[in-house]
Design a protein around this ligand. Sequence first.
Ligand SMILES: [Zn+2]
Length: 161
Amino acid sequence: MMEKILVDREKRYNTILELIEKYDLPVVCGKINYPGKNKNTKEGQKLFLGLMQSLKIKFHSYAEFSQVLGGYDGSSILIVVKMDPLEAKYIGVDIEENHCLGRLFDIDVYSRDGSSIGREKINKDARRCILCNDDARVCIKTNRHSLEEIIERINRLIAKY
Ligand SMILES: [Zn+2]
């Protein structure tokens, strides 16, 4: 299962590179931060619909092309945007920080050289953990929270939505 997730991640990245080459424009990639091996739960799907709706509204006037991908790593949406990649990243981070489910969204922007733009490029801090508000990377690295704990918090956030 883990292997299939990794294969689908690689496929997604290759599709992003193909789109960049075809359009010569940056690509926004939206997906859900859902832990565990099963990325295609009912909650995950509900989150993805909320994410797609938000991205479509915010990037509507810049979108040249969009495509939804499925697979073992969960659904993702790719949007080719006719805009400055830093501006696109700014909009993405704004959704992550202000949408009521934004903490569960993962919005990456790939510039035309194929690299993803880090938050530091637009002077934004690292993402916060949904449970303890610490730097999320530290919690992931140290396995600070149990999977059950995380999923319970996520499902509570979704139920409120
Ligand atoms: Zn934490």
